[in-house]
Every structure is written in structure tokens, then in C-alpha cells.
Design a protein around this ligand. Sequence first.
Ligand code: NI
Length: 388
Amino acid sequence: MPIVNRISALHEEVTAWRRDIHEYPELQFDVHRTAGIVAEKLKEFGCDEIVTGIGRTGVVGIIKGRANGSGKVIGLRADMDALPLTEITGLPHASKVPGKMHACGHDGHTAMLLGAAKYLAETRNFDGTVAVIFQPAEEGEKGGEAMVKDGMMERFGIQEVYGMHNAPGLPVGQFALRPGPLLAAVDNFRIEVEGKGGHAAKPHLSVDTILVASHIVAAAQSIVARNIDPLKCAVVSICAFNAGFTNNVIPQTAELRGTVRTHDASVRDFVEQRLTELAERTAAVFGATARVVYERVVPVTVNHEIQTPFAADAAAAVVGDAAVNRDTTPIMGGEDFAYMLEARPGAFIFIGQGDTANVHHPAYDFNDEIIPLGMSYWAKLVESRMPA
Ligand code: NI
């Protein structure tokens, strides 16, 4: 496996950074400690420019190649935020903050990109400029969009962007990606049902919101089953149903919460419209009202046709062509890197993390064994996309 000696030599040091970040997880935009460490290390490595506070708490480091005849600028992105979970691994480097943990491996993503930045700043064996991008708030608060809206692409002249995420279940030493849609658009919704509360023994004088909301739950399942083209995909999941508080009161209100996942803009529009109609009209049939609050969180993560093969080739240069799945099955999870791929062409890749607990599980931990592979991928991508 062609991992250059210098990168192998960084394995232990980068593992220590990863575990330190793991011990002090931070949520959403509140990644001050992590962003501080990132900025400090980028300075130590001798980056040409370091800018903090992009998209509130994002950090960008600029590394110029030995030559700059190409005029190319490529962005490599990692995410820094953790999740509101309590870790149960019992590991020596487990989270020291109850209720917060790095359950998605963003500690590993940050550490690997820092390691790659150290290598690239030392060697500068490329013709062009690299922007290493560290974003906050990947987990639902649109940190990627915040950095793009803050003018990051224009400010640094970024022409292409690349992202990477660890994948439990994909063996160590393998990568996977595909051109086109790779991860889903993520939408959240809330349905507020209002009926008429009353005495449980006099249901005829009430409009029972629990019954009404139950019909909405059932009706919502007809969207995917009966309205979407079977050769296209969508998920409608209702994940919270809150109503009532005791045995003998019919509640005045009920609230449903859930998420919609799609891979196609027209399907996305259709689901929003259909869910709204079903909720409002079902409620009306029973003499209740339903108000649907629908929020589009993240667009589809679409890998670009030209850049995806470059990313695949860089991975193949590290692990061999047979270990790179260039046509992996898309998934219904979402990724806020989608905002960067809407702004600039590029590609997102999965790196095998082996047989570990799944992401967002309290027993998850990033697999430090894959650090040299991730760093080598970044280095190879830069050196092959902008050869010196
Ligand atoms: Ni993640």
C-alpha cells in the first residue's frame, strides 16, 4: 500500500490529536476549542494564511505549492462538530463532557485533514494552492452553507472542493463513491394538529386530536408506497408523536415530527406538497386543523462527473483499484457538504472504517487505524490534481 514514509511517521501524532479532540466534543457552531486547536496547528505547520471565524466558527488554511503556474485552487473539507449523546465506550479517551460525544467521527476527519495539512505544508510538492476547510455545525445547523454564504469560495478563489466521511461497515483499506447523487436531501417537518379537548367520557363533544393525528401518520405512509415512482426513492419517517398527559382528558392538540429524505428535486417538491395536503385535509375531514411547518435542511449531495474519477483515482493510488468502489449505492443519510458541492464542482468519498458501531451510536469511536489512509488520500488528491 503506497503510504509515503512521512505520512506513516505522522500516524501516532495525529492519533493523539484525534483523541484529544474526542475527549472535548463541542456541538454545532460552538466549536471554539476545536477551531482554536485547528488554527494553532495550521500556524505551527507554516500555512501561508489562516482565517478563522468563517461561517461563524469555521477555519480555512491556505497552503501554496512549490510552483503556482497552474493557478489552481482546490478545497479539502473536514467537519469539527460532535453530537448530543452520552458516550458508553468506556475508552481512556472517551468524552469528558456528559451529553456530548464525537459519535460521527468528525474528530477523525479533523485530525486527518490536519495531518494532511502538515504533510502538504512540509512538502509542497504540487503546482497550485490548497485550501484546507474546517467547518462547524455539520449536524443539522448548516455550517457548510454558512461558510459558503460568508464568501469562502470567492475569497480564496476555490475552484473545486472535496470531502470525506468514515463509513462503518466498509472494510478498512477500502473507499467508495459514485458520480451523481450520493447522499439524500434532508428535510424536517412538524405537524401541529388542533382539535377540541374535553372529557374522555364525552368524546362526542370533542374532536379527538390523537385519532386525527393517527390518521395523518397512516396517510403519510401512502406517499412513498402509492405516489412516488417505484424506480425513484424517498423516505417519510414520523419520529415523534406528542399528545395528551393523562387517562381521562382528550387533548386539545397533538404534534408530529419527522424527516423526509429524497435524491431528486422533483420528488422532494412533490413530497412536501403531498404531505401538507394529506395533513391539512385529513384533519379537516375530522373537524380539526393541521398546520405543517416544513423545513429544508440540506440539499442532495451530488458528486460531479469530472471530479469524481479524480477522487477515485487518488484513492486507488493509495489502496489499489480493486479496493475502490466507483459506483457505490447512494444512501438516504444527508451531508451538509452538499452546500459546498452546489457552489463548486467536486466529490465526496467514503473511507472504510471497518466493523465498528455505527455512526450516531453511543458505542461508536473513530478507527485510528485508517488515519494514514485518509491522510494519504488527501495528499495524493492534491499531488495528482495539481502535479508539480
Ligand atoms: Ni458525520
